[in-house]
Structures are given as structure tokens and as C-alpha cells.
Ligand binder design. Structure first.
Ligand code: NAD
Length: 260
């Protein structure tokens, strides 16, 4: 069913986005990658995906915090691949600090990358999806779209916003053959989490090992991280025919974190 569909995955040069792009390529989708990285490394990711799965893969280096670049990226995908059938809004950044000392420019950039980019991406792909009568929008939110943690004010605010936006778009597209859902991972060991361990240790007065054991894994009753491949499989499921009546939903994959 996904063979020859076109998927645009933001923030897919690393971590969860890369795994979702890989799973969609394996399912037969042509892929527009997006995200930052060393040009030679990005090129080898692009070539590798294309060669392994026999699909067309391009990379667009758009900075999704800029509305004009999101719009340009969607146009480029439409020109090169023939229209975006699947949009995965995954790009995200994090900053950990108490709210009184949270730098205002970090607040602005987290809201721009983690929330506003989702709005801009959706706005740009919907006309094409509606004209084809089929579309899948997956927003990678977080458990922090449902619950808060201290010192992550901008991230928690943005991710709660992503869930609200997901539900609104689902209602507006409910009769168009388009679904819009959110995936909420618990902790996944990607660069985004690795990079916040030191800051979290500082903010909470803990050692880095304590952050890993008590703050990250201690919060997940299964005591394990969520694997990126499992999130890729969830994205493929949400694009498949068995999920055609799932829209406006929040798919949690968090080892029981939010069940507590
Ligand atoms: P990551 O740091 O491994 O990857 C982030 C990706 O986003 C990279 O490809 C990076 O280049 C790209 N990116 C960052 N800023 C960008 C910008 N302005 N424009 C375009 N691309 C940009 O992080 P990850 O852990 O894979 O996170 C992916 C998503 O999953 C994020 O939205 C994050 O909030 C969410 N998430 C992660 C976890 C986790 O534990 N890792 C948990 C819940 C939700």
C-alpha cells in the first residue's frame, strides 16, 4: 500500500527521524530527508537508503524554524518526487534550565522548531493531499506533550501544543482521506537525550549516572529506552490501511511512563 508513496520526514539525518525514514523506505516510499549534518555523512545516508530499498531519496537542508524554508522544502519535494503523501514532523531540539533563567532566545527557537514548523509543514502539504484524497500526517510529540518535567518549559509547552494541533488538523481533515496523529515516545537514547544528560545533572544537582538511572530509566516502569526501530514500525502502521480510521490520536510508546 505504501509502495511509491512520497514521504517527507523532517529532522531525519539522526535518531528517530532517520529510523522512521528507513522504515518508510523499506515499505516502498520515496523519501525526502531533512535535517542538519556533515554533507558527506548526509550524502552517505541518502545513498544508503536509496540503494538498500530501491527507492528515490533526496535531502533538503531546510531549517524548519523558518516558515519560508519549510514552504520551499515542500515545493522541492513536489517537484522532485511528485507530491507529499506522508508528512512526518519530527525535527526537534531541547534545552534544559530553570524557567527563571531559561534564555528567551532558546524559548523562541524551541517553539519555532518543535511547534511552529509542524503548523507550517501541515499548511503546505494539505492542498496536495486533499487534491489526491489521501494523506498521512504524523507529528512526533513526546510524553512531554502529556505530562511535564521540571526545567523543560519550552519543550513541554511546544509538545503540548503539537498534540493540540494534531487533534485540530484531524478534525479539519476527517472527511478528506487524510489522518493526523501524534506519536509520543518516552526516552529514546538519541543525541537529543545524550546531550541533555549533563545539563539535567547540573539543573538537578545529580551525577550524570544518576540522571541516566533515576531521571531517565527510573521514570519508565519497563526500565528500558524506547528503540528508534519500534518508532519506525509505529509510523509505518499509522500510514497503512489498518489505521485508516485512526485520526487525532496520541500513540504513546513510553514503557509505561505516562501510566503512572
Ligand atoms: P536528534 O537530535 O537525534 O535528531 C534531531 C533531528 O532534527 C536531526 O536530524 C537534526 O538535524 C534535526 N533538526 C534540528 N533542528 C532542525 C532545524 N531547525 N531544521 C531542520 N532540522 C533540524 O533527536 P531525536 O531524539 O531523534 O528527536 C526527534 C524528535 O523526537 C524530536 O521532535 C524530539 O522532541 C522527539 N522525541 C525524542 C525523544 C527522545 O528521548 N530522544 C523522546 C520524545 C520525543
Amino acid at each position: 500500500m505504501l509502495k511509491n508513496k512520497v514521504a517527507l520526514v523532517t529532522g531525519s539525518t539522526s535518531g528517530i527521524g532517520l529510523a522512521i525514514a528507513e522504515s518508510l523506505a523499506q515499505a516502498g516510499c520515496h523519501i525526502m530527508l531533512n535535517g542538519f549534518g556533515e554533507p558527506s555523512e548526509v550524502e552517505s545516508l541518502r545513498e544508503g537508503l536509496s540503494a538498500r530499498y530501491g527507492v528515490n531519496v533526496f535531502h533538503c537542508p531546510a531549517d524548519v524554524s523558518q516558515a519560508s524554508e519549510v514552504s520551499m522544502m515542500v515545493k522541492t519535494a513536489e517537484e522532485l518526487l511528485g507530491g507529499v503523501d506522508i508528512l512526518v514532523n519530527n525535527a526537534g531540539i531541547q534545552h534544559v534550565a530553570p524557567v527563571e533563567s531559561f534564555p528567551a532566545e532558546r524559548w523562541d527557537s524551541i517553539i519555532a522548531v518543535n511547534l511552529s514548523s509542524v503548523f507550517h509543514g501541515i499548511q503546505n502539504v494539505l492542498p496536495g493531499m486533499k487534491s489526491r484524497g489521501w494523506g498521512r500526517i504524523i507529528n512526533v510529540a513526546s510524553i512531554h506533550g502529556q505530562v511535564a518535567s521540571p526545567y523543560k518549559s519550552a519543550y513541554v509547552a511546544a509538545k503540548h501544543g503539537v498534540i493540540g494541533l494534531t487533534k485540530t488538523v484531524a478534525l479539519e481533515t476527517a472527511k478528506s482521506g487524510i489522518t493526523c496523529n501524534a506519536i509520543c515516545p518516552g526516552y529514546v537514547l538519541t543525541p537529543l537525550v545524550e546531550n541533555q544528560i549533563a545539563d539535567t545533572a547540573k539543573a538537578r544537582g545529580l551525577s550524570e549516572q544518576q540522571v541516566m538511572d533515576e531521571v531517565l530509566l527510573g521514570a519508565q516502569p519497563t526500565g528500558r529506552f524506547t528503540d528508534v526501530e519500534d518508532l519506525g514500525a509505529m509510523a509505518v502502521f499509522l500510514c497503512g490501511s489498518a489505521s485508516r480510521n485512526i485520526t487525532g490520536s496520541v500513540q504513546v510508546m513510553d514503557g509505561g511512563y505516562t501510566a503512572q
